[in-house]
Design a protein around this ligand. Structure first.
Ligand code: NDP
Length: 504
């Protein structure tokens, strides 16, 4: 019986990848009925060889992810702040792709891990694709990109045991006091979101916006879940890891398939250049938030996810985000982590997907592109056809457009010095974590934060155990004395309050 008879579908001819129709797809050519196989059965090689190459290099971070297409709609006018076409007028709609992810685990790891969640949005604008590559937390563990690979190593597997190792993690965190803010958020209930629909997204970095007059402001982006925030308690997350390692992927697909399209309200915080110059802490420090009382959230628009990609690998696995991809009207800032990611993200995508990663459908600008880059592995675009591949030339009329000139940024410092990232003025690692603990969390959330930290720190082992624990306890005490005492007590360490003042 042929395939079309089995399925009642109209017959479509099966071919090799090069298009040659196939006569038999059930059996490999052999010498007689019971003899060995023939090397000349090319289809066997083609199928097996392609299968061997199905996996592309996994992302070192954010390997496990879920994604969907959707729409961004402007609800409020911010054209006085930015000339970005995506914010052109109220009601304007732009197609988007959003990828959620965990950070530390491999592609097959569980969605319910305690981990930040990636929240990366690609806006397909007529001025090019704009990638806002953020997380579900407004801050990060480090503020200098030189620290990034070292930090990530501590979140991955121990080189000898090949298991996660709390000693590495807390050793790193205790040696980097600037990580405290993010550590607290990670260890809070929001470290284990119930689904991808029930978390907020943050651009995290400070970006800039400039308007038609060339006036620049500094900006932070916030996406507020319209589904509300829902988190797993630690034991629920542990259970879910075994019950359904893909629960967040399943939830996202099923919700969209039911027609329950998840939505996030996009809001921004704005700081003028003058305010930034005089601000009491570094507004470009990724370990700090801008207090919303001083820099209120401004409504901008609504993002809705409404389309599950037909093929996960094609669109989700091959989705490539890079903070380097900004568009006219949106610019960078001196945020050091942003500067580092401008370099490292496109580099990661070139390694993972090849030099032509921007031509893969999910990454391609639907409004087209025109440049003089040619060739390279997997060149599947028109590759410039027969047009000139150098510039300037006497044959085409491709020109740079001066209307897109970005206003200059004033830098008022000496370059090429290794400034201490935690020098005086840059070293308040404790005020915001203290506010988070004492003013943002409820009593129950505080108790669970302590429990989660104690549970994690109990895993610190080896000869440096006491050193690491004591160093980290000092950070907790500096944020809030009661908080530090609660953790010390949970770890079975007796500390006299009167001794604390000397230690700090
Ligand atoms: P606000 O009271 O104005 O804002 C507090 C923020 O905390 C809100 O955005 C809220 O987000 C968020 N939040 C509430 N509960 C939790 C939780 N359990 N875990 C994590 N975030 C939570 O205060 P400030 O702006 O002065 O900031 C105070 C502290 O709040 C900061 O030090 C920081 O730790 C934390 N925070 C601040 C943010 C900011 O951008 N300013 C953003 C997120 C956290 P929502 O209401 O949407 O749930």
């Amino acid at each position: 019986m042929s395939t079309s008879e089995q399925t009642n579908l109209p017959a479509e001819r099966l071919t090799t990848a090069s298009g040659r129709p196939i006569y038999d797809f059930e059996n490999t050519q052999s010498v007689g009925q019971r003899g060995p196989l023939l090397l000349q059965d090319y289809l066997l090689h083609e199928d097996m060889a392609h299968f061997n190459r199905e996996r592309i290099p996994e992302r070192v971070v954010h390997a496990k992810g879920s994604g969907a297409f959707g729409t961004f709609t402007v609800t409020h006018d911010i054209t006085h702040l930015t000339r970005a076409k995506v914010f052109g007028h109220i009601g304007k709609q732009t197609r988007v792709f959003l990828r959620f992810s965990t950070v530390g685990g491999e592609a097959g790891s569980a969605d319910a891990e305690r981990d930040p969640r990636g929240f990366a949005v690609k806006f397909y604008t007529e001025d090019g694709n704009w990638d806002l590559v953020g997380n579900n937390t407004p801050v990060f563990f480090v503020k200098d990109p030189k620290k990034f690979s070292h930090f990530i190593h501590t979140q991955k597997r121990d080189p000898r045991t090949h298991t996660k190792n709390p000693t590495m993690m807390w050793d790193f965190w205790s040696l980097h006091p600037e990580s405290l803010h993010q550590v607290l958020i990670l260890m809070s209930d929001r470290g284990t979101p119930a689904t991808y629909r029930h978390l907020n997204g943050y651009g995290s970095h400070t970006f800039s916006m400039y308007n038609a007059e060339g006036e620049r402001v500094w900006v932070k982006f916030h996406f507020k879940s319209q589904q509300g925030i829902k988190n797993f308690m630690a034991d629920e997350a542990t259970r879910m890891k075994g019950q359904d390692p893909d629960h967040a992927q399943r939830d996202l697909v099923e919700a969209i398939d039911r027609g329950e399209f998840p939505r996030w309200a996009l809001k921004i915080q704005v700081m003028t250049e003058a305010e930034a110059r005089d601000f009491r802490f570094n507004p470009f420090d990724l370990t700090k938030v801008w207090p919303q009382g001083e820099f209120p959230l401004i409504d901008v628009g609504m993002l809705e996810l409404n389309e599950v990609p037909a093929n996960f690998f094609r669109d989700v696995e091959q989705a490539a985000f890079a903070p380097a991809h900004v568009v006219d009207g949106i610019g960078f800032s001196p945020d050091r982590m942003l500067q580092g990611r401008i370099l490292s993200y496109p580099d990661a995508q070139r390694y993972r997907l090849g030099a032509n990663y921007e031509h893969i459908p999910v990454n391609a600008c639907p409004y087209g592109f025109r440049n003089y880059q040619r060739d390279g592995q997997m060149q599947v675009s028109a590759n410039g056809g027969s047009a000139p591949n150098y510039a300037p030339n006497s044959f085409d009329n491709v020109v740079a457009d001066p209307a897109y000139r970005e206003p200059a940024q004033t830098l008022d410092d000496t370059a090429a010095a290794w400034y201490d990232r935690n020098a005086p003025g840059e070293d308040d690692h404790y005020t915001q974590p203290g506010i988070f603990y004492s003013s943002v969390l409820s009593d129950g959330e505080r108790e669970r934060l302590v429990e989660n930290i104690v549970g994690s720190m109990a895993g610190i082992s080896g000869e440096k155990r006491d050193l690491i624990i004591n160093r980290q306890l000092c950070h907790f005490f500096r944020a809030d004395i009661g908080f530090g005492l609660a953790i010390a007590e949970g770890l079975g360490i007796t500390i006299k309050r009167e001794n604390l003042m000397h230690a700090m």
